[in-house]
Ligand binder design. Sequence first.
Ligand code: ARG
Length: 459
Amino acid sequence: MKKLWGGRFEEKSEEWIDAFGASIPFDQKLAPQDIQGSLAHVQMLDQTGILPHEDALKIIAGLKKIEQKLQNGMLEFSIQNEDIHLNIETFLHQEIGAVAGKLHTARSRNDQVATDMHLYLKDTVQEVLHKIHHFREVLVEKAEENIYTIMPGYTHLQHAQPISFAHHLLAYYGMLSRDMERFEESLSRIDICPLGCAALAGTTFPIDRQYSADILGFSAIYQNSLDGVSDRDFILEFLSNASILMVHLSRLCEELILWCSHEFQFVELTDTFSTGSSIMPQKKNPDMAELIRGKSGRVFGNLFSLLTVLKGLPLAYNKDLQEDKEGMFDTAKTIITSLDVLSGMIQSMRVQKDNMSQATEKDFSNATELADYLAKKGVPFRKAHEIVGKLVLEGTKTGTYLQDVPLTHYQEISPLIEADIYNVLSSHTAVEKRNSVGGTGFEQIKKSITTAKKHLAAN
Ligand code: ARG
């Protein structure tokens, strides 16, 4: 079969080399964007008088037919036609004959592919934003159900201070809100049209770039043609935003995996989000959480692949750039499905409230309360810290927690300690009193939930 670019070639191509160079197995995903871009381009060629009106009409009708066939699953892409652009152009030839050859006037596959990618990411980022928004709603909903659920807060994975489970969930809400902002902010850099940059240097035809960009709904056009066809920053940004998002999802999954272990028993995932073992009948494994944690690896990998592809590339187009696609598609699919799965998992999980709060009863996570109590009565905090440290040491040897130390013993240590200490030492009080802005105090959490709901409703 003759190539659309075959004029200066003498030898026949080899199938296996064609297969190596082809992108059609994966860039066929861009068919809708490619047709859309061509439609805008031909309308511009018509408008500027570069093409005779009747030719433009034929091309438009042909493209619309191809679009229809695509929607009905009637297009059969071929490796010989290399990529989505040449495949569509070949279909156009089959539909309308030689006039199809006029579509590529004042255009190159270089600005064409870049346009397709911008269009694809514009839509994809909208979908990602929608999914993150929903996940944030789920987090807030779960937080609202768990304002008074007390759990150990950890540092170094050691019991640190009691916190509300809602506070923990809202920490993820904060991360996901920033993720959403990052994707939103990236839109302004995706929303730039490279069409008309042509191969690299612009064109001698009197094109109207603004006209085609307007049809495609872009807010701006690239001001430098070399930049327009070589820029993949917008994909890098997508991949890095996706990587940060996956860090957050993966951290939460790691916690879920711990929480549903026998040692913690803080949450129970529903059967839908768990799997069994083929040998151990008792097993209920958090596979889906593990998979999301695992899939973060491929998302980071996709970012690194593209960074590496780009770092040594001279301007302008190089075929290396074809490597920008699979990682981007894979990342989009991975983050969208991970968000769906994790939203469902959190929404449906059973929170073992009693186990969580009991975990704060038999520990020393109220040690700071006692130190703060003494400090409030005028003991320098460092001194208070030392007094309590000694008590904890004693307690670990005798198996006595601070709430079990008799008042008489407390008063031997410091006459400042009175009977109200036992209320101060309770986990509930410890959480309730942490009312500094952004703290775990119930009132702070309620405020955070109100604000979160307002933000969620506003967009
Ligand atoms: N399939 C190519 C890609 O994805 C399209 C651009 C080809 N341009 C070229 N000059 N070979 O990058």
